[in-house]
Design a protein around this ligand. Structure first.
Ligand SMILES: [Zn+2]
Length: 393
């Protein structure tokens, strides 16, 4: 039933009020015959947005994976490609388990990078597309065709990316044009040519640090300008924006703002991270994600974007309430803006995607990653008391 009156709730931790839902959308007046739900004074926030994850590769539901992977990026990439085979990982099952876990925490929108490589072909894309279809109406899933194992270093991958985009992937992915591919021109020209051919946006993993990352970022900006793709390019991780040389970074951030290039942070413990207050001050749209969770890369992560907001706050040394609220904003409105979600928010006319959380204030909800009481998608309940209404396979 998608017509509801939610009584006694506090939008964004503010004053007590009632909210109304008709036909899956927030409305100003109580619809006739609506189901009445007493929310007991809880806080309501919009549905949480997981804007950078990898649905195809978590090991959720499988026996504990003993991680003995090497220290380099390429060690993790090579190891994963092999373990997927030895474990017989099914991207459909794993992505469904992962998405249901995210939904249980009140996530209503997900952007997932999905591996495309010459070993596994389009199995990941097909698996996540099947999950997207199965969970349609309960969570929105955006798919990035992601050349995790390399584009230039693995001939045949560009053709597979092309197929993935024709099949239904929503964005073109990329990865470390210099550090991994050793061919920034080749890599970025291929990524942007695919984007142009399919008329789809770009989201590039950029782990490269300091001057190497700045160089790649300049190359990304140049291509964004050349193709008129302002507003359609995201850079994930962007560790080079967390560099010590703030003067150089300031100039680069101005260019990112000017060309409406978005940043997605995962705020990991392993690298410098973009400074979200600086990005906010420049008007750079910033979202966040948990990245891979419980996979061959590492054992951590739970797809809880409220907990991720806390991590972002801690990694950015955010202490004041308004600063902690910024971290939450990144995990809700910020991610939605980066993904171009229409009708996102709590005002009349917006899709009734929301989460009711315990707690006195927004900052407290972030700090304690407060229990989720109810999560709605289009006015329908998707999770209660931290459990999704459907069971994972
Ligand atoms: Zn990633």
């Amino acid at each position: 039933m998608t017509s509801k009156t939610l009584k006694n709730l506090r939008p964004m931790g503010g004053a007590l009020t009632d909210m109304h839902i008709a036909h899956g959308v927030f409305v100003a007046e109580a619809p006739q015959g609506a189901e009445v739900v007493d929310c007991g004074g809880r806080i309501v926030i919009p549905g949480m947005v997981e804007a950078h994850t990898h649905l195809d590769k978590s090991l959720l539901g499988l026996p504990w994976y003993r991680n003995e992977v090497g220290p380099r990026l390429i060690d993790k990439i090579d190891n994963e490609r092999e373990v997927k085979v030895s474990l017989g990982l099914d991207p459909q099952v794993q992505s469904e388990r992962h998405a249901i876990l995210a939904m249980s925490h009140g996530c209503t929108h997900i952007r997932s990078h999905v591996d495309v490589d010459t070993h596994h072909g389009l199995a990941g894309i097909e698996g996540v597309m099947a999950t997207r279809e199965k969970l349609a109406g309960m969570v929105d899933i955006e798919i990035v065709a992601f050349p995790q194992s390399g584009l230039m270093t693995r001939p045949g991958t560009a053709e597979l990316m092309d197929e993935a985009l024709a099949l239904g992937a929503d964005l073109v992915g990329g990865i470390d044009p210099c550090g991994m591919e050793h061919d920034p021109k080749g890599h970025l020209d291929t990524v942007f040519a695919l984007a142009e051919k399919h008329g789809k946006p770009v989201d590039i993993h950029l782990h490269e640090r300091d001057a190497l990352g700045w160089f790649s970022m300049e190359e990304i900006i140049d291509r964004t300008v050349a193709l008129g793709m302002q507003g359609k390019v995201s850079i994930s991780h962007a560790f080079c924006l967390g560099a010590v040389d703030r003067a150089y970074v300031a100039g680069l951030q101005e260019k990112l703002a000017e060309n409406r290039i978005h940043i997605l942070t995962t705020a990991p413990s392993s690298a410098p991270v973009p400074l979200v207050k600086e990005l906010k001050a420049l008007g750079i749209l910033t979202g966040a994600g948990c990245d891979g969770i419980r996979d061959t890369w590492g054992p951590f992560g739970n797809s809880d974007m409220l907990e991720k907001a806390k991590v972002i706050a801690m990694r950015n040394n955010l202490r004041r309430d308004d600063e902690v609220e910024l971290a939450l904003d990144i995990c809700t409105y910020g991610g939605a803006a980066v993904m171009g979600v229409e009708g996102y928010g709590l005002t009349p006319g917006c899709r009734a995607d929301c989460v009711l959380v315990e707690g006195e204030t927004l900052a407290e909800a972030v700090v304690t990653h407060a229990p989720r009481w109810l999560a709605l998608k289009g006015g329908s309940v998707i999770a209660r008391d931290g459990a999704c209404v459907i069971e994972a396979p």
